[in-house]
Design a protein around this ligand. Structure first.
Ligand code: ADP
Ligand code: ASP
Ligand code: MG
Length: 425
């Protein structure tokens, strides 16, 4: 008998029919003798719709109200799932983040979990219930509802799994595991049977949305084994864990991220301290700068480009509007159509030549590199957004990652697929 946490994402609970499927799966686990705790996301595109509603009323909604609003999505799906389980003759009880004991700091929209109290969940399990926990949310020291960042139900699941000492944290989604690239972008991507925490952390951080980065961080810290698998089939998925049974490849996978934007500040006086002023002011205004490129100075003037999340656009523009006259820079330009493509692999550490091969491949495919950054196990390039798919595919082929089979969509509607493809923006 195993103790299992099973998390179902938005697509998996998008309709009453799909909620029924989830209820059946949970009950099947009980019938097989396991104990199970469910964690759910909001139904389908609910969270996006709630964000849209808020935006229609306030273009800068108060963070506290926003978190309260967004947390309601998961509270709808948790109760419906509990009802569906009860209708099938099994006992179920839903829990909000607070009731499930998820205590966080007070950083609205990206709160960090500081404590997990397991009493209520353990008690419900002991009394024969299937607990159903609302993902994505917690409670801060003031008693206010917080949320854990987009995709945060994954983190709830890992935290609950750790809190109750589960054997495995199963994350069910519309793909049957972690692939060597997003299979919707690179249909020749191959399903990986296992991935180390380090590689998964880099992949998630570089945009592989299949698992939220925070969840992987939490799992690595507390050695929670994640099993990423399909909500629509029983196929074995991908295990994220520490000690892999095989040698790690040079390149584990390729991630892409279209959610960043690029600013170029032109005509910056090339004097000591100006870069410090630009980036300290951006940091003070909560702009999360990722890559920085400084072009050679001409006539004592330089251009400084940087990338940051699209979500920080407004704050970055406001900051630059104020800053430019202070540093006597000419102007700034904004490019919203960029993509970051990253090669990730722990084996990269001991394998020279990855960068050379990547640059050559992109060159041969007429893909211009706008910026480059590296870590010991990651190489990222920024390219024109329109070339993102081509860049992922040609690198995937060049590094020998292509599978013989082609990824086939099984369950999603055309509308759902379109929504997924636009998710990065
Ligand atoms: P959920 O809503 O269930 O949390 P997500 O949409 O967050 O699901 O994550 C699943 C999606 O992640 C897939 O539909 C897929 O397009 C995308 N994805 C991105 N990179 C990868 C990858 N390397 N392997 C598998 N899926 C990926
Ligand atoms: N519903 C939230 C979101 O859409 C959390 C999640 O799905 O994990 O980001
Ligand atoms: Mg997700």
């Amino acid at each position: 008998m195993a103790l299992i946490v099973a998390k179902f994402g938005g697509t998996s609970v998008a309709s009453p029919e799909r909620i029924q499927m989830v209820a059946k799966r949970l009950i099947a686990k009980r019938q097989a003798g396991h104990q199970v705790v469910a964690v759910v996301s909001a139904m389908g595109k609910t969270t996006d719709e709630l964000v849209g509603l808020a935006a229609a009323l306030n273009d800068n909604p108060p963070a506290r109200e926003m978190d309260r609003l967004l947390s309601t999505g998961e509270q709808v799906s948790m109760t419906l799932l509990a009802m569906a389980i009860e209708a099938r003759g099994y006992k179920a009880m839903s829990f909000t983040g607070r009731q499930a004991g998820i205590e966080t700091d007070g950083t609205h929209a990206k709160a960090k979990i500081v404590k997990v109290h397991n009493e209520r969940i353990m008690d419900a399990l002991g009394r024969g219930y299937i607990p159903v926990v609302a993902g994505f949310q917690g409670i801060d020291a003031n008693g206010d509802i917080t949320t854990l960042g987009r995709g945060g139900s994954d983190t709830t699941a890992v935290a609950v799994a750790w809190g109750i000492g589960a054997d495995v944290c199963e994350i069910y989604s519309d793909v049957d595991g972690v692939y060597s690239a997003d299979p919707r972008v690179a249909p020749r991507a191959r399903k990986l049977s296992q991935v180390s925490y380090d590689d998964m952390l880099e992949l998630s951080g570089a945009g592989a949305g299949v698992l939220q980065m925070r969840a992987v961080e939490f799992a690595r810290k507390w050695s929670v084994v994640i099993h990423s698998r399909s909500a629509f089939s029983d196929a074995e998925g991908t295990y994220i864990k520490e000690d892999l049974d095989m040698e790690e490849a040079v390149i584990t996978g390729i991630a892409h991220d279209t959610s960043e934007i690029k600013f170029t500040v032109r005509g910056v006086p090339d004097v000591t301290g100006v870069a410090a002023k630009v980036f300290s002011t951006l940091a003070a205004n909560n702009v999360n700068v990722d890559m920085i490129i400084q072009n050679t100075s001409q006539d004592g003037l330089a251009d400084i480009s940087f990338t940051c999340p699209g979500a920080d656009k407004r704050r970055a523009c406001e900051t630059l509007d104020r800053l430019l006259p202070q540093i006597a820079a000419k102007e700034y330009l904004l490019d919203e159509s960029i993509a970051k493509v990253s090669l990730v692999g722990t084996g990269m550490k001991s394998s020279p030549g990855v960068a050379a091969q990547a640059f050559q491949t992109l060159g041969e495919n007429k893909i211009n590199i706008i910026a480059i950054s590296t870590s010991p196990i990651r190489l990222s390039v920024v390219v024109d957004g329109a070339q993102a798919t081509a860049a992922v595919r040609c690198l995937h082929t060049a590094f020998g990652l292509d599978s013989d089979s082609v990824f086939e969509e099984t369950q999603l509607s055309a509308e759902e697929i379109a929504a997924k493809m636009n998710k990065g923006r």
